[in-house]
Design a protein around this ligand. Structure first.
Ligand SMILES: Nc1ncnc2c1ncn2[C@@H]1O[C@H](COP(=O)(O)OP(=O)(O)OP(=O)(O)O)[C@@H](O)[C@H]1O
Ligand SMILES: [Mg+2]
Length: 305
C-alpha cells in the first residue's frame, strides 16, 4: 500500500472561514509525473496546496484526498509530511531561533522514520506567525540543540551523515553554506527563501511535492538554478506539481499535464502547449470559451495592476 504513491483528489470542496473557496476539485497525480497548475490571482491555487497539506484553517467540507491508497483528509500536517507529501510555500515565514541546519536535520530524521515512529519534537519552541509555515513545519522543526532534549537528540541523523547530504544538495542548488547557520528565513531575500524551500525538498525527498510559485520574484539565473534543481530531483518515483504564473521555469521541466484554475474550479486541462498558450494570450480566451465572468482580482490581473 505504501508503495502506491499516487495522489487522487476527488470532488474536493474547501472552506476558509465559512466561505467556500474550492468548489469540487478533481486531480490525479501518478508517481514521476509533472503537473502544472496555472490560474489568475485568487483562483484558489494556494488554497488547494494548503488543503492538501492539512492546514487547519482550510476545512474540507466534502470530497476526499487519497494518498498511498488511504484517505488522508483527517491526517495531521506532520503525518502527511512524514508520508512523503511536501509543500514549498508561496510565502515562507521566518522562524527566528531555529537554524536552517537544525531544522533540516530534524525534518529529515522525521521523514526517514516515517509515519510510524514517534516524532522528534522541539521543546518550548516559539514560532512567529500563524501562517502555513508554522502549521506545517512546526511538526518537523528541530530547534537549536537546546530545544531538543538529550534523548531526542540521540535519535537524530548523525551530524556527519547529515553534513554530507547537506553539502551535496547545497552544491546542486548553488547555495552557500553560510545559509545553513542562519535562522530559518530570517532576513532572507525573496530569492533565498525560494531556494531554501527547494533545498528542503531536495533533502526530504518527498514522494509528491507541491511547489507554490517557486519562481516568483526570482531573477533569470535563479529561475534556471531552481528549475534545473527541481528537474534533477524528479526521480522515477517523485511527482511534482508546480503552481506558476510564468512559462520560464517550465522550460526546465518535462511537463505532462497543465490544469487551469478559475474561481475555485479546474476549468481547463491539457498538455504543455496549454501553458504556452496562456503565456501568449492570457486567460480571457478561456473565459470566453467557457462563459466565465472575470472576478475583480482576475480583471485586475488582466490589465496588469
Ligand atoms: N486564510 C484565508 N483567509 C481568508 N481568505 C482566504 C484565505 N486563504 C485564501 N483565501 C481566499 O481564497 C481565494 C483564493 O486564494 P488563493 O490564495 O488560493 O489564490 P491563488 O490562486 O493562490 O492566488 P495567487 O496567484 O495570487 O497566489 C482568495 O479570494 C483569497 O482571498
Ligand atoms: Mg497563491
Amino acid at each position: 500500500m505504501a508503495d502506491n504513491n499516487e495522489l487522487i483528489i476527488r470532488d474536493l470542496h474547501v472552506n476558509v472561514e465559512d466561505k467556500e473557496i474550492l468548489h469540487g476539485i478533481n486531480l490525479q497525480v501518478k508517481p514521476g509525473e509533472v503537473h502544472v497548475i496555472m490560474g489568475p490571482n485568487g483562483s484558489g491555487k494556494s488554497t488547494l496546496s494548503n488543503a492538501l497539506m492539512g492546514h487547519p484553517r482550510y476545512t474540507i467540507t466534502s470530497g476526499e484526498i487519497e494518498f498511498q491508497g488511504q484517505i488522508i483528509n483527517d491526517l495531521s500536517p506532520d503525518r502527511r509530511a512524514r508520508r512523503g507529501i511536501f509543500l514549498a510555500f508561496q510565502n515562507p515565514l521566518a522562524v527566528p531561533g531555529v537554524t536552517v541546519t537544525n531544522f533540516l536535520r530534524t525534518a529529515l530524521t522525521n521523514r526517514r522514520k516515517g509515519d510510524v515512529a514517534p516524532q522528534v519534537r522541539p521543546q518550548n519552541l516559539d514560532i512567529v506567525g500563524d501562517r502555513p509555515v508554522y502549521e506545517t513545519k512546526k511538526a518537523s522543526v528541530g530547534g537549536d540543540g537546546a530545544n531538543i532534549d538529550r534523548k531526542q537528540r540521540q535519535t537524530l541523523i548523525s551530524p556527519k551523515e547529515f553534513r554530507s547530504i547537506l553539502k551535496e544538495k547545497l552544491n546542486m542548488l548553488k547555495m552557500d553554506e553560510k545559509f545553513t547557520k542562519r535562522y530559518l528565513n530570517d532576513g532572507f531575500s525573496g530569492g533565498e527563501k525560494k531556494r531554501l524551500e527547494i533545498l528542503q525538498m531536495a533533502i526530504l525527498e518527498p514522494k509528491i511535492a507541491f511547489l507554490d510559485e517557486p519562481d516568483s520574484g526570482l531573477d533569470i539565473d535563479a529561475i534556471r538554478i531552481v528549475g534545473e534543481g527541481v528537474n534533477t530531483l524528479r526521480g522515477k518515483d517523485m511527482a511534482i506539481v508546480v503552481i506558476t504564473h510564468q512559462q520560464r521555469i517550465l522550460s526546465f521541466l518535462d511537463v505532462d499535464y497543465v490544469h487551469v484554475m478559475m474561481q475555485g474550479n479546474i476549468v481547463k486541462e491539457g498538455g504543455p502547449e496549454l501553458s504556452r498558450e496562456i503565456e501568449e494570450k492570457g486567460y480571457g480566451w478561456i473565459r470566453d470559451e467557457l462563459g466565465i465572468q472575470s472576478s475583480q482580482d482576475e480583471a485586475r490581473e488582466e490589465v496588469g495592476v
